[in-house]
Write a protein that binds this ligand. Structure first.
Ligand code: NAD
Length: 265
């Protein structure tokens, strides 16, 4: 698979680190003409941008604001003249907090924050990019999760939110057809710096504390026996973005989780 995205232009949210950064780099390796990288982490975003200043454009902003996405679409059109792919990916985790771990106020605050980032951030991205994507006959890829179909990968709010991504993919696949395909990729436990919410005081906490322990725990839990790295998922993002190689694929979530769904118990 090389050159599958030749001359294509993409927006990737949450591109400063983890899965988003790996997708941005892979899209460039596949020949993309430009990638607009969106994130609130200005320092990391600028470091990524310096790696290919000609083809990477950085948009610093919060995905909870529509303006961030409007600027990203504007940049794609101004700098590269088109927009073929939107990868909506920026997200935060709830560190598996169960319902009993909240009171009324902390539930409301965390729900508002987590859903605003993990869900409204995705919808705003789609809303801002929709017309440009339709003009190009493009596609949207949402980062779902093993928590989109199974319990226990997150707590109540993260799992609810990732299940909702399945509904978002299916509904938007219908609404945006026939000009725009809409799909998802569902990673399993992946070695990244995924952080938590400010409302729970987890903005600096990372999903992966000790990498070796994470590897061991996820490896023991999944049939393929290893925790994934961001690069393990990027081939699916390329395939789904490619109008030539996946022209009839829409409304689907492709899991990349080491085989969690293959188990009966
Ligand atoms: P990550 O923290 O490495 O990347 C997420 C990026 O999103 C970061 O650069 C962060 O700064 C950015 N971001 C977070 N909130 C933002 C906001 N409000 N505005 C702008 N940018 C914001 O984590 P990751 O693991 O690469 O996560 C990417 C996606 O993958 C998320 O949707 C996550 O839920 C999903 N996911 C991760 C795992 C895992 O095990 N790491 C598993 C399944 C799904």
């Amino acid at each position: 698979m090389t050159g599958w995205l030749k001359d294509r232009v993409a927006i990737v949210t949450g591109a400063a680190d983890g899965i988003g950064a790996a997708v941005a780099r892979r899209y460039l390796a596949e020949g993309a003409a430009g990638v607009v990288a969106v994130d609130r982490d200005a320092a990391r975003l600028q470091a990524l941008q310096r790696s290919d200043a000609g083809r990477l454009v950085a948009v610093v902003g919060d995905v909870r604001d529509h303006d961030t996405h409007a600027r990203a679409t504007e940049q794609a059109l101004e700098r590269f003249g088109r927009l073929d792919v939107l990868v909506a990916n920026a997200g935060v985790f709830d560190f598996r907090r169960p319902l009993r771990g909240y009171d009324a106020a902390s539930l409301a605050a965390t729900m508002d924050e987590l859903f605003a980032i993990n869900l409204r951030g995705y919808l705003y991205a789609a809303m801002a990019a929709r017309e440009a994507l339709a003009a190009a006959g493009g596609s949207i890829i949402f980062t779902a999760s093993v928590a989109s179909y199974h319990a226990g990968g997150g707590g109540i709010l993260y799992t609810m939110g990732k299940h909702a991504v399945v509904g978002m993919v299916r509904q938007l696949a219908l609404e945006l057809a026939p000009r725009v395909r809409v799909n998802g990729v569902g990673p399993g436990g992946t070695l990244t710096g995924l952080a938590g919410t400010e409302s729970l005081g987890h903005a600096q906490r990372r999903i992966v504390g000790d990498a070796a322990q994470f590897h061991e725990r996820v490896g023991a839990a999944v049939p393929l026996g290893f925790a994934q790295s961001p690069e393990h998922h990027t081939g699916l993002y390329v395939l789904l973005a490619s109008a030539e190689n996946a022209p009839a694929v829409t409304g689907e979530i492709f899991m990349s989780d080491g085989g969690v769904g293959a188990r009966s118990i």
